[in-house]
Every structure is written in structure tokens, then in C-alpha cells.
Design a protein around this ligand. Structure first.
Ligand code: HEM
Length: 813
């Protein structure tokens, strides 16, 4: 009614389903495949319609023309971003360029991003995608069932090199990035659907706590990465990277010379975030079409045969290189068709409108969230006849509306609707184009991908058609397939390519062991010196009494407890945990209540001794393996270990020590075997030197101070689906299709190690019900430092019954 009152004369509201009070149509939207529901509605209500969800107007556009008319042609009012309730400073903070509102920070950052991308693509992305593709193909040949792991390694290592000149940060990047995807996805966090939950104070919001832990780790990583590049530059050994380009240009710019140190540092901090966002975008998205390619080849073997024919004919048996792109139009058409057939961002990344607008007589209110529904746009029969069929011909034959000449250039991904519209279009197309050309071309050259056959019956094992993960960036759920190498020769060649690609890694180990050690230790979260943080230990929190338990389905442990381990609290409360302890070996001695520090007379003081940090590295307890599989020798082809299912978190049996007069005890167990065997990471690599990146104009990140005042977009990010809060694994793939942890599939031996490691930290309820510890002393190298307990293990004691939950909501390694 209110909205109708706002309607100018002669203007109609957009069509759409009838909304229920307050919730609108939220109940209609399924958890998985929400985009299919939005597309179905477009069949009923037209190519532009609206829905309401919790008071926010969402406009859904399923026509490329309408998306252009609004988002491109009227970009001055359609280029804002909506507020993300679970990341409420997304529009202003400057941490994530892609999520910023239309303000000066966004303009400045976009300009810098564009410049860095352009500079790097002029240098053909320094061959990083080729190098990583070569590594990827051989790994895939060794265990195709680990394809998701290897694809994610490929995307994150490539973009890490591009961003910081090293693949070191790739693993952590994967984890923090997946966490961010959950934070911002409508189906990833409850406040994105029930937006008033964002007003909960930090202490009461498991979502904010989790995001804070993730953000802290990410921030530390970004600072470390820039520090690494600076150190390498000082030694004249920095590989080309976005950050190196920025720092070099900043150092040589005349404009910069007039600036003070503080201003330069501010610019460098901003560049750190811009590059961080580019890395995030690259690590998240590109894996989706690579996986969809494999899915497509399972369903359309005839296109695989045609592709192989083109590659063999044009390249005479050689693996495609980026320089071959003019000769391989079918390969480019396959790349484009995969993205059309299974869009990586099927709901699009929403824009927000800043002023009331009228389109074709329909009213679009200021503040509405505008979705270019990529799934719908790619199913517009006018442009994509028989849209459900995978058909690269649509870009190669003049009879199709999407055909374009010359075929030496087209098809390509520039201007493709799948990369957005107007002033917010994707900045990463050069990376996407090269990554996909090389991986899809490489796979077609190397393997014949087929559906797997059941060894017992000989029958094909069915492969799903369209079962995708539900987050903002959708990936096909895991499916079985075979990747059969196309002959001995190709197998040998793959091994050679792998050796060449990883040669630099060995060289680096020799020449830069100190740097490597530093980075490895940082990656492992090991505290090197007093005063440094352990990145992922921010997690365990205690929420003061009375708060209702959060449902287990949220993936966050929350249980009423009678013994509380937090400053100044006592009595029943709720324990919330969001991240794992992975490398802490704790030993607690309970000392007298109120003995020192801030403890009051009736509050026992607990001393925590860590053993981990005082031991030589090779005696430290193990961390989980960061890599599922790394071939060491050249068996050809060698049998690969069968992955084992990851044990689900099992409740630990806590000894009940009634006679301990304190709030809690953390029980120490012997350290487990050597860390070093687990820390050999494929991330440690530095490729052999290559030409430095082109120097060009000084980066202009000072920007202008014009405009940018945007209407508040009070809307939620999007409205749909069930919450699923946990960081379930490193990859979106693992998020909702299955419980299996594909990223780390430990052997039985590792399982035991993991279990030992987990058991090392135990918290035992004591009888004293009003006890609460205020300070935990942590001992490093004989010196005591203060630290809050609760480092990432979710554990609560419910009325004398011990419960403990091994952080189901935290990252699994
Ligand atoms: C298959 C891979 C990718 C797909 C499908 C994709 C798609 C998209 C889409 C749909 C948008 C939103 C456009 C809009 O709001 O209208 C976007 C934005 C963006 N993408 Fe990508 N992207 C991909 C890879 C990358 C990569 C590798 C980078 C690395 C630099 C990147 C950087 C960005 C940036 C910086 C933005 C934000 C632009 C802005 O808000 O001003 N993307 N992308």
C-alpha cells in the first residue's frame, strides 16, 4: 500500500508473486538451485519482475537487453551495491572492492584494479597459468577422483602468483575465501535472510564471531604477503606480481615523491586490499567452469571428440598454449559455452538502485536490490535456442544469433553477460580467459573424460545433470568420472611438463630456505616469537548466561554450560566456537583462586602451559596435511592411494574430575610425531626467473573527490534459502552436496594423528559451579603471557553432562 502511494501517476508496480506480510516469498525459495526458482518465476511474471523478502524489494532481470538498459545505460543510478547484513560494513570498509558501494573508495580501487590487471595481461600473466596448468594435468592423471582438490590448487596457486609472485599463500587463501563466500551468500549465513539478526551484538552473534576470526586470519595473510614481496624486492628476487607492480610504480612515481610516508603507507594498504580482493575473486570463481567442463564432457562425449580433433589437427600433438588461441576457435567456443550452460554466478552479483526509476511504465523503487539473473539470461531462447543443450556451435555457425566473425578472435569472453553489467563489470576476464583456455584445452589434449563404469556390472555410473552447490558461486557437486590419458606419449609428456613446472620449487628450497621456513611457519600458524598472534585462534567465546542454544544445524557449537571460561562470567552460559585449534599443545595447572591478576577471590586462576612452541620444529605435534596428495616419484602411471572418508567429528570422552577445585582443566597429552613431514607443501614454490613486468605510469590511486553519495540500500543481499553456517571445507564444492571433506582426506595414520591432536586439548568440568577463570597464563619459552582460553575448541558442559563438539562449524583441514 505504501509503495503504491509512492507510484507516480500512470506508473505500475512491477509484476511478481503475491507477497505474504513481512516474509514476502522467502518460503518459496529452495535451498539449492534458488536461481531455478527465480527463473521459473520469470516464465510466469516476465523478464523483469519483483519479489519481496523481509521488506526488501528484489528485482529479477532475465533478459540481457533489460539488464543493459538499466545496469549499463542508467549506470549512474544502478551501480551501487546492497548492504550485506552479515557483513554490514561491506559498502564502506574498502576491504572488498567488489562489494563496495558506489563511492570514492570504490572508484579509486576499481581504477587501480583495472590498471594492475591490464599491466599483467600485457605480459601474458607472466605465464603463471601455463605453469600451473602443467602441474595440474599431471596431478589429475594420478588421481582423477581428487579433481576438486587439484582444480582448486590450480586456481588459487595461479592467482597467488599473480597477486604476490608466489604460490605460498594459496592454501590459506582458499580457506579464507571460502569463508568469505559463506559470509556473503544468502544461503551461507542466517542474517543474510533474516536481516535484523545483524543487529545482535558481537558477543551474541555466532555469525559475527566467525566472520571476525576469518577476517583476522585473512588480514594477517595479506600483510604477510605484502611483507614477503617487499623482502623479495629488497633482495632483487621478487617475481612479477600485482603488488610488485604497485610498489615499483609507487617508488618510481614523481607524484609519490611529494607524498609523506603516512600517505604512501595508506596507498599501500589500499593496494593490499585491492590485490587481496583480486586474489579472492580468482580463487573462488574459476574452479566452477573447470569442473563444469568435466561434467559437460561426461554428458557430451561428441564435443570432446571434436575438440580433440581440432587440437590434434592444429597443433600436431602438442598441448595448447595461450599463443595458439587464434587457431582454436572451437576450444574458445567450448570455454564460452561451458560458462553459458552452467553459469558460475547464476544469480549474478546484485546491484542496488539509488533513486526511484521507471522502466517501460514500471516503477523500480530506490534501495531495491537488482539481480541480473545470469541463469535466466543464458536461457533466453531468442539468443540461445535449445538453451538446455550444451552446444558450442552456437558461437561458430552463422545460423545462430550469437555467431560473430572473425573466428580468429571470436568467440571470446569480453562483454559476455556472465561477467556483469555497466560500471560493475568483472575485472578478471583476462585471467578467466587464459585459465580456462589452458585447462580445458589441456584436459582435452591429455585425457578422454568418460563416465565411470561399475567394475562389478560394467554399467556406467550415472552422473548428475545439474546438481550444484547453493552459494553465490555455484559449483557442480562431486561426481564420478574417468580421465583416461590419451596414450603413453602424452603421459610421458605430462610428467615432463610437471617436472618443468615444479623445478623452480626445488630451486627455491635450496636458495631461499630461510624465507621458505618463515612462510611455512606463518602458514602453519606457528607462533615464532612472543607477541605474534596465532592466526586462527580467535575462536572460542563464551556468551554470558541464558542465551538460548544455537541450533546444531548452524554448525556452531552452542550449549548451555555451568562452568564458564571467560573473563568475569559465572553461572550458566553458552559456549560458542568457530575455529579449530590445530597446533596448540596445552597443559593447564590450576592454581589458587584469586591468586593474581584480575581474578577475584572466588575466581580461580588457571595457568596454561604450551609445549608446542618451545620444541624444535621437528618435534612439534603435527598439523593437518594441507595437501591431499603430492606425487614424489615418477611411476607411470603410478597407483594412487584411494581416498579415505574423512572421519566426522566424534565426541571426545571427557574424564569427569570431580575433585578438581577449579573451573576447568586442559589436559595435556604427548605430542604427536613430526611436523616436518606434514608441512611439505606444494605451495612452496618460486618459478624460475622470468621477465619483469612492464613498468608503466604511476598508479593513480588518489582518485577524485567527486560524488559518490549513495542512497542507503537497506536491502538484504538477496533473499533465499536455508542457512548453512559452517565453513565446511576449503571449497564451495564441499559445501552442500556432501559431508565428505575432499580437501583433506586423511589416511588411517593421519586420522590417528588428527584424533591425538584433537584430544590434546581437553576441558574438563570441575565441580565449582560459580567458578570462572579470568586469565589464562600461557607460557612461551619460560615467559608467561596472558591469553584468553578458548582457542578454537567448542566445548561445553551441560548440567554435569559433558558435551564437547569438535568445532563442526570451523574450517576442516
Ligand atoms: C569464471 C570466473 C568469473 C566470473 C564468472 C566472474 C563474474 C563476475 C560478476 C558476475 C561480477 C559482478 C558484475 C556486476 O556486478 O555487474 C564480477 C565482479 C568482479 N570480478 Fe569477476 N568473475 C570471475 C573471475 C574474476 C577474477 C579471476 C577476478 C580477478 C581479478 C575478478 C574480479 C572481479 C572484480 C574486481 C569485480 C568487481 C567489480 C566491481 O564491483 O566494480 N573476477 N565478476
Amino acid at each position: 500500500w505504501l509503495e503504491r502511494r509512492r507510484l507516480p501517476p500512470g506508473v505500475k508496480p512491477l509484476p511478481g508473486p503475491t507477497n505474504l506480510p513481512f516474509i514476502g516469498r522467502v518460503h518459496d525459495v529452495p535451498e539449492k538451485g534458488s536461481w531455478i526458482k527465480f527463473y521459473e518465476w520469470s516464465k510466469v511474471y516476465g523478464p523483469i519482475y519483483q519479489t519481496k523478502m523481509f521488506g526488501v524489494t528484489h528485482v529479477w532481470i532475465s533478459s540481457e537487453k533489460i539488464a543493459h538498459d538499466l545496469l549499463s545505460k542508467r549506470a549512474n543510478i544502478y551501480s551501487d551495491r546492497p548492504l550485506i547484513p552479515n557483513l554490514p560494513d561491506n559498502r564502506t570498509s574498502g576491504d572488498y572492492l567488489a562489494l563496495l558501494g558506489r563511492n570514492d573508495t570504490w572508484k579509486r580501487q576499481r581504477k587501480l584494479c583495472n590498471h594492475l590487471m591490464h599491466t599483467s595481461s600485457l605480459a601474458s600473466l607472466h605465464d603463471y597459468p601455463t605453469l600451473e596448468r602443467n602441474r595440474f594435468l599431471y596431478l589429475l592423471s594420478q588421481s582423477p577422483e581428487d579433481y576438486i582438490e587439484y582444480i582448486e590448487q590450480f586456481t588459487s596457486r595461479t592467482v597467488s602468483r599473480l597477486s604476490w609472485g608466489s604460490a605460498h599463500p594459496a592454501q590459506i587463501l582458499r580457506h579464507t575465501t571460502f569463508g568469505l563466500l559463506e559470509t556473503i551468500s544468502p544461503s551461507g549465513a542466517l542474517p543474510n535472510i533474516i536481516s535484523f539478526l545483524r543487529h545482535l551484538p558481537l558477543a551474541l552473534s555466532p555469525w559475527q564471531k566467525k566472520e571476525k576470526a576469518r577476517h583476522d586470519l585473512e588480514n594477517k595473510q595479506f600483510h604477510s604477503n605484502v611483507g614477503f614481496v617487499r623482502r623479495m624486492m629488497a633482495l632483487d628476487r621478487a617475481e612479477p606480481s600485482f603488488i610488485r607492480t604497485f610498489l615499483e610504480e609507487q617508488a618510481s612515481s614523481l607524484k609519490s615523491a611529494t607524498k609523506g610516508e603516512e600517505e604512501k603507507q595508506k596507498e599501500a594498504d589500499e593496494a593490499m586490499h585491492v590485490v587481496g580482493l583480486m586474489a579472492i575473486a580468482g580463487a573462488l570463481t574459476i574452479g566452477s567452469p573447470i569442473q563444469s567442463y568435466i561434467l559437460a564432457m561426461c554428458h557430451y562425449p561428441e564435443w570432446q571428440a571434436k575438440l580433440q580433433e581440432e587440437i590434434d589437427r592444429e597443433l600436431g600433438g602438442r598441448c595448447p598454449m595461450w599463443e595458439d588461441r587464434e587457431k582454436l576457435p572451437l576450444l574458445r567456443a567450448v570455454v564460452k559455452e561451458v560458462i553459458r550452460w552452467r553459469p558460475a554466478v547464476p544469480t549474478g552479483i546484485p546491484h542496488a538502485i539509488e533513486k526511484d526509476d521507471v522502466y517501460e511504465g514500471y516503477f523500480i523503487p530506490a534501495g531495491a536490490t537488482i539481480h541480473a539473473l545470469e541463469w535466466g539470461i543464458t536461457r533466453d531462447e531468442q539468443f540461445y535456442p535449445d538453451a538446455e543443450t550444451f552446444n558450442p556451435s552456437r558461437f561458430l555457425l552463422p545460423s545462430y544469433p550469437t555467431y560473430r566473425e572473425p573466428l580468429t578472435t571470436y568467440p571470446n569472453l569480453s562483454g559476455f553477460s556472465q561477467f556483469g553489467f555497466g560500471r560493475r563489470t568483472c575485472q578478471g576476464i583476462p585471467i578467466v580467459e587464459q585459465d580456462l583456455f589452458l585447462t580445458m584445452g589441456g584436459m582435452a589434449w591429455a585425457f578422454t573424460i568418460t563416465k565411470k563404469r561399475d567394475p562389478a556390472t560394467g554399467k556406467e555410473i550415472p552422473v548428475h545433470w545439474n546438481d550444484y552447490t547453493p552459494l553465490l558461486i555455484a559449483k557442480p557437486c562431486r561426481f564420478p568420472f574417468d580421465a583416461i590419458p590419451r596414450g603413453e606419449h602424452k603421459m610421458r609428456k605430462m610428467r615432463e611438463m610437471y617436472d618443468e613446472a615444479t623445478e623452480g620449487e626445488e630451486a627455491e628450497k635450496e636458495e631461499s630456505s630461510e624465507e621458505r621456513e618463515r612462510t611455512e611457519k606463518w602458514m602453519e600458524g606457528i607462533k615464532m616469537e612472543r607477541g605474534e598472534e596465532i592466526p586462527w585462534q580467535t575462536a572460542h567465546d563464551v556468551v554470558d548466561s541464558g542465551a538460548p542454544a544455537t541450533e546444531a544445524t548452524t554448525g556452531v557449537t552452542a550449549a548451555p554450560v555451568t562452568a564458564i571460561i571467560a573473563p568475569g562470567t559465572s553461572g550458566p552460559g553458552t559456549v560458542v566456537s568457530v575455529a579449530p585449534v590445530v597446533n596448540v599443545d596445552l597443559d593447564v595447572t590450576v592454581v589458587n583462586a584469586g591468586s593474581s591478576g584480575t581474578a577475584t577471590d572466588d575466581q580461580p586462576q588457571v595457568h596454561l602451559h604450551t609445549h608446542t612452541y618451545t620444541q624444535p620444529q621437528d618435534q612439534q605435534p603435527p598439523l593437518p596435511k594441507l595437501h591431499a596428495h603430492q606425487p614424489e616419484v615418477l611411476p607411470h602411471p603410478h597407483p594412487h592411494p584411494k581416498p579415505q572418508s574423512h572421519p566426522q567429528s566424534q565426541p571426545l570422552q571427557l574424564p569427569h574430575q570431580q575433585d578438581i577445585p577449579a573451573a576447568l582443566v586442559v589436559e595435556h597429552q604427548d605430542p604427536s610425531p613430526s611436523l616436518s613431514s606434514l608441512s611439505k607443501s606444494t605451495s612452496n614454490s618460486r618459478i624460475p626467473s622470468r621477465a619483469p613486468s612492464t613498468r608503466s605510469v604511476a598508479p593513480s590511486i588518489t582518485g577524485s573527490a567527486t560524488s559518490g553519495t549513495s542512497a542507503t540500500s537497506g536491502g538484504s543481499w538477496a533473499g533465499c534459502s536455508e542457512p548453512s553456517l559452517s565453513f565446511r571445507g576449503s571449497s564451495a564444492e564441499s559445501s552442500d552436496c556432501e559431508e565428505r571433506d575432499v580437501h583433506h582426506r586423511p589416511s588411517a595414520e593421519e586420522d590417528m594423528e588428527t584424533e591425538t591432536r584433537r584430544k590434546r586439548v581437553r576441558i574438563i568440568k570441575a565441580t565449582s559451579s560459580n567458578a570462572s577463570s579470568t586469565t589464562i597464563e600461557e607460557r612461551f619459552g619460560g615467559k608467561d603471557t596472558s591469553m584468553e582460553l578458548g582457542i578454537g575448541i567448542g566445548l561445553g558442559v551441560v548440567d554435569g553432562m559433558e558435551t564437547n563438539e569438535m568445532v563442526p562449524g570451523a574450517w576442516r583441514w
